[in-house]
Design a protein around this ligand. Structure first.
Ligand code: 3EB
Length: 330
C-alpha cells in the first residue's frame, strides 16, 4: 500500500505557475512571506533591497506610488549569489538576475554577451535549466545608426552569450530602453526544471527570421511561452508589428489597437480563451511620457479591470510608441 502511494507521487507532476501580481507595500514584508521568489521595484525611487530575490528595475512607473511586482511559489525558496548573478529557487522554479555596466567604451554588445554567459554558467549547474522568460533593459536603446544602433548591438551580444544553450528554441522575452543609469544592462529571467511550449504569432514573422534590414543578428526570442502545466502564458513584448514591418507610424491609437490584435492572436494560438482579466498582470511600455495618459485611458477602456503597470520605456524600433507584455493565466 505504501508502495502504491509512492508510485502515485512519483508521477511526473507538472509545476504550477508562479503567482505574479502587483502589490503595494514594503518589500521586507513581502520577502518575509512564504514562497516569495522575486520582488521587483520600479524607478529611481524604488529600493527593494539587497536580497537576491529583489531587483530595482531602471524603468520609471507613471503611477505613484509604483507598486511592487511579486512572484510567489508554493515551496520553500532558497537564494544566493554566484559571481554577479543573484538567484532564488524553489519548487522547480528559478529567478535569476544580473546587472552589468558597460564602462567607458559604451557598447552593449560585450556587456550583453558577458551577462548571458554568466547567467548560462549558473544555469548549467542547476536543475532549472529551461529558461522560459527573459526581460532585458538597457539605456539609449535607439542610439547609433544602422547596424551600430545599440539595440542591434545588444542583439548580437545576447545571441553570442546564449551560445548553444537555446538550440532547442528561444525563451519569451522583452527588450526595452530605460532612462536610468547610463551603460547599465539589467537582465532577469524565469526558468523551470520542466520545459514550456513556445508560441508564435501567425500575424508576425518569427523574430529570429527577421530580414537583414533589422540587423546582422535577428532578435533571439519567442513570441510567448506556455508554462509547463499550461496554466499560464508568458507573453513577450508585443507591439504593432505585422509581418516583420512596423505598422501605423506616428499613430499611437492605431498601434495600440494593432498590439491588442497581436495579443489576442497569441492567446488563440496558445489555445486560451480570449481576453485578459484581473489575474493577468500586464506592463505597457510607453516611449513618450506625454502619451501615458492616453495609453492608460485606452487600456482601462479596452481591458477593464486588468492590472497594467505603465512604464516609461523606449521600444527597440524608433517608430514604435508602445509595447505590451505580461501574463495570462489559463
Ligand atoms: C518586435 O516585435 C518588437 O529583442 O527581446 C519585442 C519583444 C521586441 C522582445 C527582444 C524585441 C524583443 O520585434 C521588439
Amino acid at each position: 500500500m505504501m508502495q502504491g502511494c509512492e508510485n502515485a507521487l512519483a508521477e511526473p507532476l507538472l509545476r504550477r505557475a508562479p503567482r505574479i501580481a502587483y502589490r503595494n507595500g514594503e518589500a521586507a514584508a513581502v520577502l518575509a512571506e512564504a514562497g516569495t521568489l522575486a520582488v521587483l521595484g520600479f524607478g529611481a525611487g524604488a529600493r527593494v533591497g539587497d536580497d537576491p530575490r529583489c531587483l530595482d528595475v531602471a524603468l520609471e512607473c507613471f503611477d505613484a506610488p509604483a507598486p511592487l511586482e511579486v512572484w510567489q511559489v508554493d515551496a520553500t525558496v532558497e537564494h544566493g549569489r554566484t559571481g554577479a548573478v543573484r538567484w532564488a529557487a524553489g519548487g522547480g522554479w528559478l529567478f535569476a538576475s544580473i546587472e552589468r555596466d558597460e564602462g567607458p567604451r559604451g557598447d552593449p554588445r560585450g556587456t550583453a554577451q558577458e551577462a548571458y554567459e554568466q547567467l548560462r554558467e549558473v544555469l548549467a549547474g542547476r536543475a532549472e535549466r529551461h529558461v522560459l522568460r527573459v526581460w532585458n533593459y538597457l539605456d539609449a536603446i535607439n542610439e547609433g545608426e544602422g547596424d551600430g544602433e545599440r539595440y542591434k548591438r545588444f542583439c548580437e551580444g545576447r545571441a553570442a552569450g546564449m551560445g548553444n544553450r537555446f538550440a532547442e528554441g528561444f525563451p519569451a522575452a522583452t527588450a526595452i530602453g530605460h532612462h536610468g543609469p547610463a551603460g547599465r544592462l539589467q537582465v532577469y529571467l524565469l526558468a523551470c526544471d520542466q520545459p514550456g511550449a513556445r508560441v508564435e504569432n501567425p500575424r508576425q514573422v518569427s523574430a529570429w527570421r527577421y530580414p537583414r534590414q533589422y540587423g546582422r543578428t535577428p532578435p533571439s526570442f519567442a513570441r510567448a511561452m506556455l508554462l509547463p502545466a499550461r496554466d499560464a502564458l508568458a507573453i513577450s513584448g508585443t507591439a504593432a508589428v505585422v509581418g516583420h514591418a512596423s505598422a501605423h507610424q506616428d499613430d499611437l491609437h492605431a498601434q495600440l489597437e494593432e498590439t491588442l490584435t497581436n495579443l489576442e492572436a497569441l492567446l488563440a494560438c496558445a489555445g486560451l480563451a480570449p481576453g485578459f482579466d484581473t489575474q493577468s498582470p500586464l506592463k505597457a511600455y510607453v516611449r513618450h511620457p506625454a502619451d501615458a495618459a492616453f495609453v492608460r485611458d485606452f487600456l482601462a477602456r479596452r481591458l477593464p479591470g486588468v492590472p497594467v503597470l505603465l512604464l516609461h520605456g523606449d521600444i527597440c524600433r524608433r517608430e514604435l510608441l508602445v509595447e505590451i507584455d505580461g501574463w495570462r493565466y489559463a
